[in-house]
Design a protein around this ligand. Structure first.
Ligand SMILES: CC(C)(COP(=O)(O)OP(=O)(O)OC[C@H]1O[C@@H](n2cnc3c(N)ncnc32)[C@H](O)[C@@H]1OP(=O)(O)O)[C@@H](O)C(=O)NCCC(=O)NCCS
Length: 180
């Protein structure tokens, strides 16, 4: 499973991606909106195994793709996914992150647009949902650029409310994406 854009390649994860993934999750800017138990090295290893399992499932419900850059796609700049497991048929959750060194160049918008085309096109989804943390203004700007609409604020996990944050729910329908 590969998606190409003008500057990026979205491809399946490989075992060799572990080092880049660990480095990305170790950066404090990437961890700012993670819960206390998220993104620890053992969990990152487990995450990579989970992505490989998702790729082998038939029918496949979850896609989590590495975002690679350059003619030879040598640099891993981020991760993008659509997850349908546990959700109503025709619906998926979007997940998108970039290693902090690659922020501010439009890569998340480019990768996100390509993944939305894939979700509403090949996967035949009707609705894509986004769940973000209220204080994460960069991701709010990103989902607005991708035409998501604000749905609701939820209390979120205890560690979020302890910091005064809520969980923001966003939604994008196929109609809104197609007729933009
Ligand atoms: C959310 C996240 C992916 C957004 O990254 P981002 O770099 O802000 O978004 P983009 O890659 O689309 O870049 C957009 C910026 O690049 C600029 N840009 C520069 N060159 C550009 C180009 N060629 N095309 C488009 N935009 C360009 C835009 O003007 C915009 O700048 P601004 O932030 O000053 O408005 C990133 O902040 C992140 O990974 N955060 C941590 C993880 C996270 O919070 N994930 C979400 C959990 S659900």
């Amino acid at each position: 499973m590969r998606i190409t854009t003008a500057r990026l390649l979205l491809r399946e994860y490989e075992p060799g991606d572990l080092t880049a993934l660990l480095a990305c999750h170790a950066d404090p800017r990437a961890r700012e909106f993670y819960g206390p138990e998220e993104a620890q090295p053992d969990q990152v290893r487990e995450l990579l195994r989970t992505f490989e399992t998702w790729a082998s499932e038939r029918p496949r419900r979850n896609y989590q793709l590495a975002i690679a850059l350059g003619a030879d796609a040598a640099a891993l700049v981020g991760s993008a996914g659509l997850r349908q497991a546990g959700l109503q048929a025709g619906t998926a959750d979007l997940g998108l992150e970039l290693a902090p060194g690659w922020w501010g160049r439009g890569f998340a918008t480019e990768a996100g647009s390509a993944l939305l085309n894939f979700g509403f096109g090949r996967l035949g989804l009707d609705t894509i949902r986004g769940l973000t943390i209220s204080a994460n203004t960069r991701v709010a700007a990103l989902v607005r650029r991708l035409r998501f609409e604000h749905v609701a604020e939820h209390p979120g996990a205890a560690w979020m409310s302890e910091r005064g944050w809520t969980e923001t729910e966003w939604r994008l329908t196929r109609e809104r994406w197609t007729f933009r």
